[in-house]
Design a protein around this ligand. Structure first.
Ligand code: AHR
Length: 496
């Protein structure tokens, strides 16, 4: 017999809005993310607009990328923005100490990044250098980008070809300040954050949304100290959590493909820890901020595997399989349930690095299973969260067990309900008997993402092994919705 679960969609008790920024991205000067993935230069034979790849921009536009974080990551705390402005030929070549020790030619700088954001229709999120930068350097960057006045940095920007300032709302003041961003204690960073943020000035009607560098995984003390000493001086506090199959930063992290079922279930179980960490940090924040004015910004998340054999060391290039699709869906389902506190999340990273949406090989480009989940889930952006009551059996293997079904629902401005589900079991289908309260929907349509193997993935030779297909496993009759989720699948349904 097919396994079964029950679900009630509480359309009669809607929750908060799911901020579209939960579908945000992160692009660092790391490996082939920016160079090759985004930037090919104006003289490239790869079709581009002012040096930025047209194929990549078109693919990302289809995701409605709401916000893009740049230039790091660890790179941000050694980035000096003045290296990346003016004539490209004259820009200094610097050493990228974090990522492969390669030479950074600074051809992709502030103007190029903000041009990319304009081409995408995306809000920029600048990560500001606190670790090796100065308050003055930050002040000048903000003035350069956002001032319309007759001020020295605005004049420099004009001399470099941009008359009007950009609007830049989101600014991160430091990154992983406990680690690559300066190895600081939270008490020290809290004071340093207070100092930097004081000089992050608003020009004209640009209003900076200040994001402090937050904790890693379950470091609740970091959050406590930050909230205690600086909570009143920030709009958001970040959280980073990566899914490593082995859970260990030393030795093997696990392979991106060619893994067994034990690594499948462990990876998904470790992904589910995101719920615990978000809830844990939220509870600490509640102590100081019960009204939830300060947002939790999960500005780095995703899978982190051993990089592909033969790829350049330090470039963090990994394949992306059906398992990554499940990881993305589970994370989104978690973020939605914490929509009151989590108002932005940024997957690491957009192209060619870690859990990427897109992989490129010279002029070729493929979309990953993770890309398809972002596309299938984009209907939830800025929709209203609908609570779910889910009773699901576990999927178990040896000592490990996790819920077999993970789900989320929302209602958009037009009144349509979208229900997204994942079946974590790679061997068995499951039927989900669903009740709708507060909805008179009569019709259901949907798409499914699944593939023959747990590690099925797209390659340049076979780019569509994992791609969404129309789904006929959902029936809506007399107000009862019955859904049969195939093994190892993500299903996206629209109810009208
Ligand atoms: O995303 C890769 C790296 O992971 C980032 O540079 C850093 O912030 C984190 O440790």
């Amino acid at each position: 017999p097919v396994a079964s679960a029950t679900l009630t969609i509480r359309a009669d008790t809607p929750g908060p809005v799911i901020n579209k920024n939960i579908y945000g991205h992160f692009a660092e000067h790391l490996g082939r993310c920016v160079y090759e993935g985004i930037w090919v230069g104006e003289d490239s034979t790869i079709p581009n607009t002012r040096g930025i790849r047209n194929d990549v921009v078109a693919a990302l536009k289809n995701l409605n990328v709401p916000v893009l974080r740049w230039p790091g990551g660890c790179f941000a705390d050694e980035y000096h923005w003045k290296d990346g402005i003016g004539s490209r030929e004259k820009r200094p070549k610097v050493y990228n100490s974090h990522w492969g020790g390669v030479v950074e030619n600074n051809h992709f700088g502030t103007h190029e990044f903000l041009d990319l954001c304009e081409q995408l229709g995306t809000e920029p999120y600048l990560a500001i250098n606190v670790g090796s930068g100065t308050v003055q350097e930050m002040m000048q960057w903000i003035e350069y980008v956002t001032s319309d006045g007759p001020t020295p940095m605005a004049d420099l920007r004009r001399a470099n070809g941009r008359d009007k300032p950009w609007k830049v709302k989101y600014m991160g003041i430091g990154n992983e300040s406990w680690g690559c961003g300066g190895s600081m204690r939270p008490e020290f960073y809290a004071d340093l954050y207070r100092q930097f943020q004081e000089f992050a000035k608003n020009y004209g009607d640009n209003r900076i949304y200040k994001i402090a560098s937050g904790s890693n995984a379950d470091d609740y003390n970091w959050t406590d100290v930050m909230m205690k000493y600086a909570g009143k001086k920030m709009h958001g506090l970040s959280l980073h959590y990566y899914t490593l199959p082995t859970g260990s930063w030393t030795g093997s992290k696990g392979k991106a493909t060619g893994f067994d079922e034990a690594q499948w279930i462990t990876t998904l179980r470790r992904t589910l820890l995101m719920d615990k960490f978000v809830a844990g940090h939220s509870a600490v924040m509640d102590k100081y901020d019960p009204e939830k004015k300060v947002a939790l910004i999960v500005d780095e998340w995703g899978t982190w595997y051993d990089q592909e054999p033969g790829s350049t060391p330090g470039f963090l290039y990994q394949q992306n399989s059906l398992r990554d699709a499940l990881v993305a869906a589970i994370n989104f389902n978690i973020f939605h349930t914490h929509a009151e506190r989590v108002t932005m999340a940024n997957i690491a990273q957009t192209i060619n690095v870690l859990q990427a949406m897109i992989l490129t090989d010279k002029e070729k480009m493929i979309l990953t299973p993770t890309y398809h989940v972002f596309e299938m889930y984009k209907v939830h952006q800025d929709a209203t969260f609908l609570p779910l009551e889910l009773k699901t059996p576990d999927y178990a293997l040896g000592e490990e067990k996790i819920p077999m079904v993970s789900a989320t629902a929302s209602r958009n401005a037009a009144g349509q309900i979208h229900l997204s589900l994942a079946n974590t079991n790679p061997r068995e289908a499951i039927t989900v008997t669903t009740t709708l309260t507060g909805s008179t929907a009569k019709k259901v349509t949907g798409r499914v993402l699944t593939a023959p193997a747990m590690d099925s993935h797209n390659t340049f030779a076979a780019p569509n092994v994992v791609a969404p297909k129309s789904f006929d496993g959902a029936k809506l009759e007399g107000g009862k919705l019955t859904i049969t989720l195939p093994a190892k699948s993500v299903v996206a349904l629209a109810l009208e």
